[in-house]
Design a protein around this ligand. Structure first.
Ligand code: NAD
Ligand code: 6OD
Length: 484
């Protein structure tokens, strides 16, 4: 049985307390996770603080950059190990993890190594009141020990998206992976040791949120800043914890994103794009579109085309040939998604396709499978249109005008992302300006350039990470004024 140990001060450490890790493919127990208590979190914080004062804290940026490149190269060298770990933890299709999750795990180190090496700080010359000259310049220093609290949907991608810039900026980190997906954060500890990242720079504590490692870490006074990806409600709890000591937070939270398809869109590309945005990763992507609005002249044709593709998705384990839909992450999450499937029916939805559980072969019966589901006919007040489900489902409604599409897209407390499909430039730019989101994709979805700002508006987050924007969170600027 695999053991998922905490990784503290460069050592893998067992604890007396373990919980089962089950694979969503069959619900079988595949490992034991060693839950960190207060003592382990204290030890991780002490190690991370000590590392700031040691070799890591004194290391020239050029050496740090070399080490981060080495981390990326080692992830690529151990690509198959990371892939196997991610597939066992999440059950997602092999093609998805091998094209997106694992490559991004490596890219997230390289891109921020390049940025820290190349981005200058500001400098100003001024005339002083006595007619002399002064020059001011800015120094960037690390914020210190960063707590990194992660979700389960893209475990390696989202964890390294924060660890990469945090380390590039000279911080030390303590990662709290989701209790559902402990594997790749643990494996990354082996990579850190292999390439010579000093002890205490990268630490991992396993466990849950409240009353466990998540709460102990975010409440810890030795943690200087907290970066978190997960549910908006969890963000509220972490923000309350961070208030003690007035510690900064960076939050990437939930969404209830709209996909908007205009009648002039390239029809096939729009159908393919919305297929991805609604069903990729079994709908467990914060950027996904559970609300789709289609302009009336193509509404019926679009619903029929999307439904045909959704119904044809092959449901199964990661290595099944042609698989397009894996399982949901857990029995608990499956129950939540199915409860929304029931609510949609109760509220009078037309179930265009899906709406329940698929018939799976005996050996997979206990996995967390649900059907890809499309509804129409609900009022905007319906629960499945208002609340984040995080499953492979969407409601499709017709609209007539650009104004109406904007109003519908904005009628939510969230503001993470949108995907707009049109060939009319004016419409595209107007939508981009008027939809209240952090991320607007035109004729694309989840197309990423890591130099750009990433984050959500409204209840979908606080702050932006990505490119130079990550430096704003992971460093402190000190202004130095020199009177000549
Ligand atoms: P979650 O909020 O339940 O858990 C995320 C992490 O927080 C886990 O590690 C969990 O153990 C920890 N946690 C929970 N309660 C805590 C507490 N009180 N104190 C400290 N830590 C605590 O989220 P999830 O279910 O793992 O992930 C799905 C959610 O994440 C969805 O809402 C999704 O939209 C969101 N998400 C957002 C983004 C984004 O970029 N905006 C990306 C991915 C996922
Ligand atoms: O691509 C990224 O950098 C990112 N943070 C993606 C988030 C996906 C949410 O599920």
């Amino acid at each position: 049985m695999k053991q998922f140990h905490n990784f503290i001060d460069g050592e893998f450490a067992a604890t007396g307390n373990t919980f089962d890790k089950r694979t969503p493919i069959t619900n079988a127990v595949i490992g034991q996770v060693h839950e960190a208590g207060q003592a382990e979190v204290d030890a991780a914080v002490a190690a991370a603080r000590a590392a700031l004062k040691g070799e890591w804290g004194r290391m020239p940026v050029t050496r740090r950059v070399e080490l981060l490149y080495a981390v990326a190269d080692e992830i690529n060298r151990r690509f198959d190990d990371f892939l196997a770990a991610e597939l066992a933890d999440t059950g997602k299709p092999h093609s998805l993890a091998s094209h997106i999750d694992i490559p991004r795990g490596a890219a997230n180190f390289k891109v921020f190594a390049d940025i820290i090496k190349n981005v200058p700080t500001e400098s100003f010359e001024m005339t002083t009141p006595d007619g002399g000259t002064a020059i001011s310049y800015a120094l960037r220093s690390p914020v210190g020990v960063v707590g990194v609290v992660c979700p389960w949907n893209l475990p390696l991608l989202l964890m390294t998206w924060k660890v990469g810039p945090a380390l590039a900026c000279g911080n030390t980190v303590i990662v709290k992976p989701s209790e559902e997906t402990p594997a790749t954060a643990t494996l990354l500890g082996e990579v850190m040791n292999a390439v010579g990242i000093p002890k205490g720079v990268y630490n991992v504590v396993h466990g849950f949120g409240p009353g466990s490692a998540g709460e102990y870490l975010t409440r810890h006074p030795g943690v200087n800043a907290i970066t978190f990806t997960g549910e908006t409600r969890t963000g509220e709890a972490i923000m309350a914890a961070a208030a003690k000591g007035v510690r900064p937070v960076s939050f990437e939270l939930g969404g209830k994103n709209a996909g908007v398809v205009f009648a002039d869109a390239d029809f096939d590309k729009a159908v393919a794009g919305i297929m991805r945005s609604a069903f990729e990763n079994c709908g467990q992507v914060c950027l996904g579109t559970e609300r789709v609005y289609v302009q009336r002249p193509i509404f019926d044709k679009f619903v029929a085309a999307l439904a045909a593709k959704a119904a044809a998705l092959k449901i199964g384990p990661p290595d099944m040939p042609g698989v397009g839909l894996g399982p949901l992450i857990s029995a608990e999450h499956k129950a939540k998604v199915l409860s929304y499937y029931a609510k949609a029916k109760a509220e009078g939805a037309t179930v265009v396709t899906g709406g329940g559980e698929p018939d799976m072969p005996a050996e997979l019966k206990d996995g967390h499978w649900v059907q890809p589901t499309i509804w129409t006919g609900l009022p905007e007040s319906a629960a499945v249109i208002r609340e984040e489900i995080f499953g492979p489902c969407c409601h499709i409604a017709p609209f007539d005008t650009v104004d109406e599409a904007i109003a519908l897209a904005n009628a939510t407390d969230y503001g993470l992302a949108t995907t707009v499909w049109t060939q009319n430039l004016s419409t595209a730019h107007r939508m981009a300006r008027e939809i209240e989101v952090g991320l607007c994709w035109i004729n694309s979805w989840f197309l990423r350039d890591l130099r750009t700002a990433f984050g959500g508006s409204k209840a979908s987050g606080i702050g932006r990470e990505g490119g130079v924007h990550s430096l704003e969170f992971y460093t402190e600027l000190r202004n130095v004024m020199v009177k000549l």
